[in-house]
Write a protein that binds this ligand. Sequence first.
Ligand SMILES: Cc1cc2nc3c(=O)[nH]c(=O)nc-3n(C[C@H](O)[C@H](O)[C@H](O)COP(=O)(O)OP(=O)(O)OC[C@H]3O[C@@H](n4cnc5c(N)ncnc54)[C@H](O)[C@@H]3O)c2cc1C
Length: 259
Amino acid sequence: MRPSPCARAKIRGDHLEYVAPATLDEAFRALELDEAHCLAGGQSLVAMMNLGLVAPARLVSLRRIEALRGVETDRDGSLRIGAMTTHAELAALDHPSPAARLLGQAARVVAYPAVRAWGTLGGSVAHADPAADYPVVLVAAQAAIEIGSARGTRCVAAGEFFLGLFETALVRGEIVTAIHLPAGPAGAACRYEKLSLVAGDFAILSVAALGDRVVVGGFGPRPLRFEEVGQTAPTSDHRASAAYRRRVLPELVKRCTSR
Ligand SMILES: Cc1cc2nc3c(=O)[nH]c(=O)nc-3n(C[C@H](O)[C@H](O)[C@H](O)COP(=O)(O)OP(=O)(O)OC[C@H]3O[C@@H](n4cnc5c(N)ncnc54)[C@H](O)[C@@H]3O)c2cc1C
């Protein structure tokens, strides 16, 4: 039998297998196993494994896959951002479009430098934590999530991708390959405001404004357009009560939208 082209290691005896494919096709094949999980920056997945919330049989590292890296600019100013782009790379992204500036603002307040050095855009998007910084920005920017699998490639609008608490439009065997970020209206104001208990923590609430689009994070199980907020019962969790969220949201929106 020929040796697999994947870098391969066994961790904890036979219980957890680690593979590091070099191409997307190899990764799609590795994900065919039930209970195979992608491993990007590991900043959420490893914590979930440590807490016993997930117990993958195989980790499929995405780190060696060139096709998931890099940021490409189109002539219309839109960007295609590879899923393995780290928070630190996004924080340093120097692009003048309103949407790219908004994404950069959010990247700079994700956690702290150690997490930003490892965590990735694709990992955060796939994880879909309602308190995370990117989902709200991507919905405000009308971004599209590019998804690959052995069946081909599809794109899903960010507004339809985030379905609920840690729930997305991804199905088994699929990998987030890139984010398509339109430039946004020329000259549009853009601002991201995040309220957290301490700097570097997840958001209690966040608001992303791009032109006249305002999207709220942390209020419900998925990013909400401002117009939807009134129809949603706010989240109550260890960070803040529903009543607190309802009370402070107007001030956060005001800060985000005042010029
Ligand atoms: C101390 C700490 C503080 C944090 N604070 C914040 C914060 O303030 N704001 C914030 O937004 N986030 C925060 N995070 C989360 C951080 O941003 C993570 O980097 C992010 O949620 C997951 O990205 P990752 O690359 O580490 O993904 P991983 O942890 O490797 O993976 C997360 C999940 O996504 C899946 N996955 C990963 N990549 C892909 C892909 N390309 N396609 C399909 N599935 C994929 C994995 O299988 C797993 O289920 C924090 C994390 C830590 C540890």
